[in-house]
Design a protein around this ligand. Sequence first.
Ligand code: ATP
Ligand code: MG
Length: 430
Amino acid sequence: MTLSAQTKQDTLLGQVIINQGLATKEEVEDCVAMQSELAKEQNQRSLADLLVENGYITRSQVERIRPRVEEEGGLQQIPGYQILSKLGAGAMAAVFKARQISLDRIVAIKVLPKRMSENKEFVDRFYKEGKAAAKLNHPNIVGAVDVGEANGFHYFVMEYVEGQTVFDRLDKGQRYSEKEALNIVMQVCRALAHAHKAGFIHRDVKPKNIMITPDGVAKLADMGLARETSDVEAAQAEAGKAYGTPYYISPEQIRGELDVDQRADIYSLGATFYHMVTGQVPFDAPTPSAVMHKHLKEDLVPPDHLNPSLSAGVGEIIEVAMKKKRRQRYQTAEEILTDLERVAAGEPPLMARQHYDLTSLAEIEEGGVPSASHFQTKRNAIPVSAQETMDVDARSFRDRMLDPIVMLLAGALALAFIIIIFLILSHSGR
Ligand SMILES: Nc1ncnc2c1ncn2[C@@H]1O[C@H](COP(=O)(O)OP(=O)(O)OP(=O)(O)O)[C@@H](O)[C@H]1O
Ligand SMILES: [Mg+2]
């Protein structure tokens, strides 16, 4: 490292140490003065060493803040952007408010930590997906602007959104009214329908990734931001934070399936919707792996058990969106959007009912019985259409046909019929 780079690094280190209250301004200045005295004697010492030797901070404290110092160092040198303030931090990276100098506009920049920059496969994907996402243009998607690298740090530039995330309100213990939640979820659904058509799967739909502008426009954030190779690893990394992601992750992502598709986003949207209207995450447990286990195995507590004022339609939509088997879920964002729009207009959901029937049929065919949550869905059901009634009747007729007693009686009847014919024929032959 050159002398000026070393000085810069030390200045940043000093700032971070003071900001975090690890040592006082006087203690840091004391060591800086010591450092320049020693430099005159051709003895180059780092500020960190001097702070440790003088007992102001410990070696482990230095190691803990070093990534932060590197991050700040990397940031100050993103060409074309002037960093203004820090907006927040997720599990993966920190997000900063910045001015894009060429266009004189405010943007948000997500800077990836160094450890990710060392994974070539990840970096390649980060650029590919980021560049492709910059072509998406939708009012409910936080626009991607640019991806780049400066000083060894990779960054993702996006549209700056003024406002709060859905998580911010849930975090205060406030849930959303059905009407508010429907409005937001429908907007996110339109964003997903647009992105899915363009070949993007978000893979991390959650309250922290939905921003609400002061005008009430919902914007889905982090679209096109590549995730780490394994969803489980990423989820576990995030679970270390107070706001772990596994609350919204789909079963197939937990299983590490390679062909994760748009239905994973539908599950996560359903889980987000659940949290918004009940004030509780769908599955909770003390550890991330226990939460993930519940996504795989445990029946969902129907949302109207937690919030009895919910309409039956919303409960049904959430339950179908969160089916553990993806072929039993809404298959596309358009499908769920159809039902959301119907329920918002005071009509019963249409697609949820069709999925319910298909699911029950599949379970009967597999030799099982419909799960408790299906009965729940049925219990809430508003009168079904004539077509659906016929479907149910046709199914119960087929089931009755398969009943062994019915089969036996039918066999006996057929035998009696044959004997009568035989008797008639032999009688007439005489
Ligand atoms: N485009 C944006 N405009 C304004 N603020 C943003 C923007 N993107 C993110 N933020 C803010 O930065 C915070 C951190 O975002 P970040 O995406 O790093 O975290 P996250 O969504 O919790 O986790 P993850 O790393 O899984 O996406 C958000 O909670 C939000 O407040
Ligand atoms: Mg985010």
